[in-house]
Design a protein around this ligand. Structure first.
Ligand code: GDP
Ligand code: MG
Length: 151
């Protein structure tokens, strides 16, 4: 069983897409194990996208990510990282297939609605950053708390 970090970005929250996006993850077969609605400090946004700090779009990206609340989540399931990337779709909504979240809801490469970790290692790093750092400390639930076993 694997966990992945997913974040509905400010445009997704603003457009009322929290419900539809959570529904897609539930319908795919994921189990939600942590969720936090939060407004990111600039430092957390910069850390989260640290790998892109030398890219020309970095400042725009951080401005965007701190422009409103986000919904940070941890989803668990088989091959969670790859399955999440698959239902999220390609980075640029222009290239994302219809049926994916970005393909169905997005039009802009910066405002592409949702984030999903790109490897199990980055998932663990991002989960630590958002759910175990001094900046935020929500409660984690165990899979067994739901009274069933995830697929
Ligand atoms: P992801 O893993 O599919 O989200 O894509 P990346 O890790 O490559 O990029 C992180 C985020 O930066 C993307 O989700 C976009 O919001 C943004 N981004 C990526 N590439 C570009 C770009 O070429 N231009 C702009 N403006 N934003 C970009
Ligand atoms: Mg990425």
């Amino acid at each position: 069983m694997e966990s992945t970090f997913v974040m509905i970005k400010p445009d997704g929250v603003r457009r009322g897409l929290i419900g539809p996006i959570i529904t897609r993850f539930e319908q795919k077969g994921f189990t939600l194990i942590a969720m936090q609605f939060m407004h990111l400090e600039r430092s957390l946004a910069e850390q989260h996208y640290g790998e892109h700090k030398n890219k020309p779009f970095f400042n725009e990206l951080v401005e965007y990510l701190t422009s409103g609340p986000v919904c940070a989540m941890v989803w668990e399931g088989r091959h969670a990282v790859a399955n999440a990337r698959s239902i999220i779709g390609k980075t640029n909504p222009v290239e994302a297939s219809p049926g994916t979240i970005r393909g169905d809801y997005g039009m802009d490469i910066t405002g592409n609605i949702v984030h999903g970790s790109d490897s199990p290692e980055s998932a663990q790093h991002e989960i630590s950053l958002f759910f175990h750092s001094a900046m935020s400390a929500p409660m984690f639930m165990e899979i067994s708390d739901f009274g069933h076993t995830a697929n």
